[in-house]
Design a protein around this ligand. Structure first.
Ligand code: AHR
Length: 491
């Protein structure tokens, strides 16, 4: 099969906001305890942060990390994770039926983020709490005033504010699994008033309102419209969450997942613009896709976990080759919408549906999905170019008329490099690329995620079972049937 990829250097989708390569650490399973934090581990630094994990996170170049949840945040009292560690309460954590020791809280996490060369994206609890606690934590984190919460921060050893710029107004508040689930109108009012107060404390912050928990929700659409109508002028972003998977073991259908993400994004953009028009507003609401990934492998094993453990192994999906192709493809879709998707968080970063896995008290290894994320994050900086792709399509199960090949080209800031991220979703059919608009550029390298066994994955024992394939650069460019690819062109 042949596929044509055309670009024009003068036609860009948008400059890419680096925060599209953000990620997420929740107080869930072994993400924090045994993941990023393990005092006593042979690589732990002075604050107990694992340096072996930190090294891999830096390879991913993650500009911002969402924290502390997720479902966790809807029952969380942020003060529990501040001040003297000896006085911090151990609590029943109701979102994940675990015990939270509160050894790590915002005091530690903001320092961890600095060391990881990343910013914090902070979520506030709108499940069991509300506007009052939200404005207090903004004061604690960001204020220089001589007032109670800013002084608390100083007492706890932090003279300088943490300067947290992006804040989430709760998490998945329409989900019936959420602590403190809300109806659309209820959440809309709460988000509006909370946003007002938070911005009174620090007008420089940016706020993300919860969208509905996914396109499958009955509330999808109505929820977004209600929230935007109520709180439009106080908001900057609306959130999208979506997880993909292959529970029916239909790999061809699964490789069409990016089309579902694409439609979800287009639908939310339409809603934002409809409300903008209704309000005759100058302001544009952008999208924060602050939870996305593959998540399904661990569902059954998680049901067997005993409740009330400290840092139990939850959501530890073991990813395979086909998952890495899907993750790379989802990133192509996010980039194709980078005019509106300004923030996106791979959920999550360590141990919990994550590219990086640890053994508590032991080593660290990379999952298959580490590689497409890493290549795209490191090389996909600059401007996304309008990338026209002409290819055949396939239909399989719920995947209807999905293009076999998709791609997005990114022009670096200095305009010397084009990074082309491309996927061939059609199993068993290689695609030869016909490029147009790349004149003056020379193909320098081509790596891909591909292989004969779509179910092959990595583990602590076999960490390099699935790694990127490096191709000889020749006259033709061939994308293997069922592959994700990164091609670098320079001039
Ligand atoms: O990322 C795992 C969970 O998925 C988050 O806690 C929640 O927001 C979502 O349902």
């Amino acid at each position: 099969m042949k596929a044509k990829v055309s670009i024009d250097l003068s036609k860009t989708i948008s400059k890419i906001d680096d925060r599209i390569y953000s990620s997420f650490i929740e107080h869930l399973g072994r993400a924090v305890y045994g993941g990023i934090y393990e005092p006593g581990h042979e690589t732990a630094d002075d604050m107990g942060f694992r340096q072996d994990v930190m090294k891999l996170i830096k390879e991913l170049k993650v500009p911002m990390v969402r924290y502390p949840g997720g479902n966790f945040v809807s029952g969380y009292n942020w003060e529990d994770g501040t001040g003297d560690k000896a006085l911090r309460p151990k609590k029943m954590e109701l979102a994940w039926n675990s015990i939270e020791t509160n050894e790590v809280g915002i005091d530690e996490f903001q320092e961890w983020a600095k060391r990881a060369e990343s910013d914090v994206m902070m979520a506030v609890n709108l499940g069991t709490r509300g506007a009052d606690d939200a404005r207090n934590i903004v004061e604690y984190c960001n204020s220089k005033t001589d007032t109670y919460y800013a002084n608390k921060r100083r007492e706890n050893g932090f003279e300088d504010p943490f300067g947290i710029k992006v804040w989430c107004l709760g998490n998945e508040m329409d989900g019936d699994w959420q602590i403190g689930t809300k109806r659309p109108k209820e959440y809309a009012r709460l988000a509006c008033e909370t946003a007002k107060l938070m911005k009174m404390v620090d007008p420089s912050i940016e706020l993300v309102a919860c969208g509905s928990s996914g396109p499958f929700m009955e509330t999808f659409g109505e929820w977004e419209e209600t929230v935007l109508r109520e709180a439009y002028e106080h908001l900057d972003y609306i959130s999208l969450h979506s997880y993909y998977g292959n529970p029916d073991n239909n790999s061809q259908e699964y490789l069409g997942s990016a089309a579902i993400m694409d439609k979800f994004i287009r639908d939310v953009v339409d809603i934002c613009d409809k409300v903008k028009a209704e309000k005759k507003s100058e302001k544009q609401i952008n999208l924060s896709f602050d939870e996305w990934n593959v998540w399904f492998h661990s569902n059954e094993q998680d049901k067997k976990q005993e409740p009330w453990q400290i840092a139990p192994p939850l959501l530890e999906d073991m990813y395979n080759l086909e998952d890495s192709i899907v993750v790379g493809d989802l990133m192509i879709t996010l980039l194709k919408h980078c005019d509106r998707v300004k923030i996106a968080c791979l959920a999550q970063l360590v141990n919990v549906i994550a590219p990086i896995m640890t053994v508590t008290g032991g080593g660290v290894w990379k999952q298959t999905i580490f590689y497409p994320f890493m290549y795209t994050s490191v090389n996909g900086r600059g401007s996304a170019l309008e990338t026209e792709v002409v290819s055949d399509t396939f239909t399989e199960g719920k995947a209807e008329k999905v293009a076999n090949v998709d791609a997005v080209a990114v022009l670096s800031e200095d305009e010397k490099t084009i990074s082309l991220f491309a996927v061939n979703r059609k199993l068993g059919e290689d695609a030869e690329l016909d490029l147009s608009g790349f004149e003056g550029f020379k193909l320098e390298s081509h790596v891909s995620m591909e292989g004969d066994d779509l179910k092959a994955g990595n583990s602590m024992e076999t960490p390099d079972n699935v790694t990127p394939v490096t191709h000889e650069v020749g006259d033709s460019i061939v994308l293997k049937g069922g592959s994700w690819n990164f091609l670098k062109f320079t001039r």
